[in-house]
Write a protein that binds this ligand. Structure first.
Ligand code: GLN
Length: 452
């Protein structure tokens, strides 16, 4: 099998399905074919990289030189990147092929892909349902075999939740494991580059290639990068479930039942499974939404009609800003900018922002203390399976509840993975989430491989 045949296979899949599923916003067909020929030559000469022949799709929040970068927003219409994100460049250096940019919620804000300026991607298992978000297109593309692996971003669950909704694996590595250079910023102290794929081996390989220090992002950890591909050791572990998460009223009973089956399987495979407790569960979402809105309001101030993308003239500078932003940013993005501006305003800063920072620390301390006693915390990835398109669009609070289980890892900075464990009675996928200590992706991949 040659790489050029492989690329042709994925291009055919995209041609057949993308019109319905809306997973890709741009497809780089000619370029991918050209690259595939040169990689085929390298394979012949024995000079091909570690990812030779891996066909990868990237979320529309990653810079790829001379290609669109629109964050699924009207405000960046026509914008082209002048450089390539470090994470993506490292894949290219190992001969991966970037097949296209994928649909997502505008600026990665959302849980259903309905906030995209291009309309939602569709869940391939049932097209009336959402694929999850914000990396919806990335999950759809993997689940429907339009590419082998997708690169998404995870600020509060945006890789894991769509992975769970579409039946793929989704990894959010430790914060600072992978460079954010060239990833459009949403909430900088939460944003993580994530990976969606069908096998643990693919995820391990891509993680290994993307991770590690980067001169363009001083926040990347200097920790050595293990060979994740050699991490699948079949070790036995101590796994904790937090009873408060399983008793939460929003949790669908089918997901709960199947999680309990996984716990039984883990026990019979020789792992230790124990109950632990979290007192901060009700504070996870408020803390996450106060802090990410604050960071977003500051990060998104750069989209002002001057520096990037679209401009709507308004007579003077002030009204040009106003017109450009009012006309070209979506409802959810505006909601976050306004909330964020409010919590950062002089009179409310201490009441909201400072308080949320303190609570963040308490959540982190509690989470870390649990992970000092157990290797992993296991939970559902989501309280529900994929809901219908339109069902929650007008109800942001309900939509935010989708992130109940995923935000803890981002608030704390620890790695987390979602793996598919089954289906509900409508045939929609169910995912289970595992979190572990910072920089312990290796064990996370090992246990995932054993559960799958
Ligand atoms: N659904 C969450 C939000 O809207 C997570 C987004 C993300 O991880 N990018 O903020």
């Amino acid at each position: 099998l040659s790489v050029s045949l492989l690329v042709k296979h994925y291009l055919k899949q995209i041609e057949d399905m993308n019109g319905r599923l809306n997973a890709f916003l741009s497809v780089y067909a000619d370029e991918a074919l050209r690259q595939s020929h040169s990689i085929d030559r390298k394979i012949k000469n024995g000079t091909a990289g570690k990812l030779a022949g891996m066909v990868v799709g990237i979320k529309d929040v990653f810079a790829y030189k001379d290609h669109r970068l629109q964050c699924a927003s009207n405000i960046l219409q026509g914008f082209q990147s002048q450089y390539t994100a470090t994470s993506i460049q490292r894949l290219i250096n190992e001969d991966a092929i970037i097949i296209g940019h994928q649909n997502c919620d505008e600026f990665a804000m959302g849980s259903s892909n309905e906030n995209s300026a291009f309309g939602p991607a569709k869940n391939p298992i049932n097209e009336e349902h959402v694929p999850g978000g914000s990396s919806g297109g990335s999950a759809v593309a993997v689940a429907s075999d339009m590419c082998q692996v997708s690169i998404g971003s995870d600020t509060g669950g945006s890789v894991r939740q769509p992975a769970a909704f579409c039946g793929t694996i989704g990894l959010k590595p430790t914060y600072s494991r992978i460079s954010r250079h060239g990833l459009a910023a949403y909430a900088s102290s939460f944003d993580t580059v994530g990976i969606l794929g069908k096998t643990v081996e693919d995820i391990a390989l891509v993680l290994e290639v993307m991770s590690g220090a980067d001169e363009y992002d001083s926040t990347v950890s200097q920790q050595p990068v293990p060979r994740f591909t050699e991490a699948l050791k079949n070790n036995k572990y101590k796994v904790a479930y937090l009873s408060e998460t399983l008793e939460h009223p929003s949790l669908n009973y089918e997901i709960k039942d199947q999680l309990n089956d996984v716990l039984e399987d883990l026990k019979s495979d020789g792992h230790q499974v124990a109950e632990a407790h979290i007192s901060m569960l009700d504070y996870l979402l408020p803390t996450y939404y106060v802090l990410t809105a604050a960071e977003a309001s500051s990060n998104l101030s750069r989209y002002d009609g001057v520096r990037y993308g679209v401009r709507n003239e308004g007579g003077n500078l002030e009204s040009m800003y106003k017109k450009t932003r009012s006309k070209n940013l979506g409802v959810e993005v505006k909601r976050r900018i306004m909330t964020g501006t409010f919590v950062l305003s002089a009179s409310y800063y201490d009441a909201y922002y400072t308080k949320a920072q303190r609570v963040r620390r308490m959540i982190r301390d509690e989470t870390i203390s649990i992970l000092e006693q157990y290797d992993f915390i296991i939970s559902p990835t989501t309280p529900t399976t994929a809901f219908k398109i339109g069902e929650m669009k007008e109800d942001p609070m309900q939509m935010y509840l989708e992130d109940l289980y995923t935000v803890q890892a981002n608030v704390t900075g620890i790695p987390a993975i979602s793996i598919p464990i089954g289906f509900d009675n409508q045939g929609l996928p169910i995912g289970v989430q595992l979190m572990s200590k910072s920089f312990n992706e290796a064990d996370l991949l090992d246990i995932s491989k054993q559960i799958i």
